[in-house]
Design a protein around this ligand. Sequence first.
Ligand code: PLP
Ligand code: SF4
Length: 340
Amino acid sequence: MTDHNLNNSTLWQKALVNAITDPEELLTLLELDASLLSAAQSAAQLFPLKIPREFVSRIEKNNLNDPLLRQIMPLGEELLQVQGYKEDPLEEAKVNPIPGLLHKYVGRVLLTFIGTCAINCRYCFRRHFPYTENNPGRTGWERALNYISEDKSIHEVILSGGDPLVANDRTLQTFSDKLNLIPHIKRLRIHSRIPVILPERITPDFIAWLTQLKQKPVLVIHCNHPQEINALVKEAIFALSQAGITLLNQSVLLKGVNDNADTLVALSEALFEIGVQPYYLHALDKVQGTAHFDLEREIAQSLHWEMSQRLSGYLVPKLVYEQPGAPSKLSIEARDFYTG
Ligand SMILES: *Cc1c(COP(=O)(O)O)cnc(C)c1O
Ligand code: SF4
């Protein structure tokens, strides 16, 4: 490892350690009204506040409606108990055969590789996930890898979390060395918000690790609003794209963040411009504390229908819902909606 790369890795790790976790500091930095503090503190007790400083610099000051701020700001609404919103709406506990591994769909398994993220998104469907029981650690990997090696119908391993790229390069390498011993795994997919949230983590060493994998790498980023894509993000994604990595994006449809067709159209176009293919637009999972982000199904469908009319077909992400027990995510097709 060169000095240059060493510096890089220390930088992103420092940025993680220095993330903002105190609601009071967030309010001060963004010149927000102090009357928001007590609710923010209560909400942050249920699900901690965490935002890297550079991401905060992308947020407009003194604007509670900023679409980036809405995603990370703890609000009193999170404390409401709303009927129909549960701690585990996806009933993932049922498809969790061993700690850290979810085998829900044919051909692929998802590993909750690491319990933490670079940012805590208030709408997160894993905000109540029992990570402590599900943090596989090194011993957990043995069990997960044994499970994968014994089931030849599995061709793809998905690293999720938390955010798997919070793990350092050495940990990723240790894992992939073990995965390389399982010949029926053809693809390694990584679901990460880090290329957008902490772009400095996309170092030359990390890209080198991706490109030397025995499996075909797929990186699914998570971007909800075009304002998230600044020059640093563009640079990181460009480097990945130059290295030939398949790049997809998933977004969550969120009230007050991206619930209008202009934003969604601009997002698809901005993503494609930097080499990212829109993949999924997720309807919110009904998780306790997130009801204020939810949209009526009809509104979601009509937004998606408007995207379909305004964008080239390959720029329209699939609008999907998750239903416990279903054999895949369920997409809503225009044909089920168009009544002309
Ligand atoms: C979403 C998800 C996958 C991946 O599904 P794709 O439709 O292939 O993107 C796999 N496992 C679990 C548990 C999931 O939630
Ligand atoms: S980065 Fe992903 S897993 Fe982490 S809090 Fe945000 S939405 Fe949830």
